[in-house]
Design a protein. Sequence first.
Length: 263
Amino acid sequence: MRVIIKEDASMVSEWAAEYVAFRINEFHPTAKKPFVLGLPTGSTPLGMYAHLIKMCQKGRVSFENVITFNMDEYIGLAPSHPQSYHYFMWQNFFKDIDIKPQNVHILNGLTKNYAKECADYERAIAAVGGVHLFIGGVGEDGHIAFNEPFSSLSSRTRIKTLTESTIKANARFFDGDISQVPTQALTVGIGTIMDAREVMILATGASKAQALKHSIEGSISHMWTLSALQQHPHGIIVCDKSATGALEQATTAYFMEVEKQKF
């Protein structure tokens, strides 16, 4: 596991965007050989998306031959709902880059057949040869996507009931009204994420400190689903100094020393 420690959230966003662009450009994607990117929602990746938009508009990276798969979607929200992840992605990223709409994949929260929707999503990922780079955030309790504590570390795309802490955390996106937050979602599984050739997790702020401590220094456990990244051959955590507050000083010093190179 690599741990990239930056001074603040802005620098985390910039580094992550540069890395995404680097990976896409290095791959030289074409229509017949697209780059496959897994994407998150939430407040943490917004800065990265803003940087990528600017880079795309300046010609530093193109998404014309990039296929995307989002991590999750709320059950019961239409794509046009302001808090749906369809809406989030188009408003905050897709509408401002050169991606082809047919290359965007987001789970359908209005489906009448959850099992089929999830199975089809897994098949769609497999059909394009798997994800090259899956990007995610992390919750205060160490969850990635909607894989809450005690989720199976071999889980696949499925329906998930959200914990009270996650619902409360997401209420800020619903004008603080917890009653408006959906209680279930469709989400890729830990196994789905770990199948990607590379996984990059973004973590900013002191509230993520315990999640990083357990996931980096602790044992692999379904109590902290991010800890599964320890077993990935190409796992990266990009975080700010505030998020490292609970790590041992020697741990922080080690990663600061070995990660002096650009990429």
